[in-house]
Design a protein around this ligand. Sequence first.
Ligand code: AMP
Ligand code: MG
Length: 317
Amino acid sequence: MKYDKYRVDPKKKIEIKDFDPNESSLFEGKKSEARDLLRELNGEIEALQEQLYAEGKHRVLVIIQAMDTGGKDGTIRAVFEGVNPQGVRVASFKVPTPIEMAHDYLWRIHQQTPGKGEIVIFNRSQYEDVLVVRVHGLVPKAVWSKRYEQINAFEKLLADEGTTILKFYLNIDLDEQAARFLARVEDPTKTWKFNPGDLEERKLWAQYMEAYEDMLNKTSTEQAPWYVIPANKKWYRNIVIATILRDTLKGLKMGYPAPPADLETYRRLLRGMVSPEVLDEVHDDIRDDHKKEGLLKPKGAEAELEAYLAMRRADEA
Ligand code: AMP
Ligand code: MG
């Protein structure tokens, strides 16, 4: 999937209007096929996250920003489905509390950044301090205008210290937002999500787009790039983000930590403790796990594992 066209090149100036929120050009198949692809990606992300956790070396930060109804919650749910909650954390940033307000705006952010072996997802982020804060003039321009550089410096610090950063702007348009608000008031299970105040924010759409555009142009860097994700179609948004995340995790070239010395001795010892049926069950479970997580290519690898197990059985006999 050639998703580089969604990446904001740090050396170029972009305009949001040049990114079509409606397109789904990198996926030719049907919607149901996209769902299958997402399942596959979920499995791969699950396996990669487990390696990240096992290795305890890398830190990964995923930042998600969008207008109201843009799909932040839905993206997190869909992309991280099946991932072990141990080792993945979501940090949501709301209107700052009095204690947060008493500090600089990055204070609450830095506390939530990922530790080693951890993936943290920011649902809103430090970028609110150049978005809602700018649009509503919550601090003077002289203050918010310095923040782009400050955020870049902050993210450089994180990256220099070994954090991999991905930033996604979920790009929807005004019509899609109206439809999504409508869905919230029509669906009794979603009304709780409807906040009448959001309709006031909607009136400031143009100002928000200006703020988003500045943010994308000023804070997309080599070490922490922005992606503008077409997000009117939820299924497309999900597979694009899941693919970028999968590829990024793969790029970390992780491995499982080395097993203890004398593993073979322990293997023989433990095999001696169980019946042949239990041994078969254990092997079946391993095979199922690997298949689910896409660690083994279904056909060839299946045969490979069979051969390996047969060899082990012969070895034992
Ligand atoms: P929600 O994500 O719908 O729960 O809403 C959270 C609200 O908190 C949004 O309206 C954000 O704009 C607002 N918010 C988040 N960070 C800040 C901030 N630093 N200053 C002011 N408002 C913020
Ligand atoms: Mg809201």
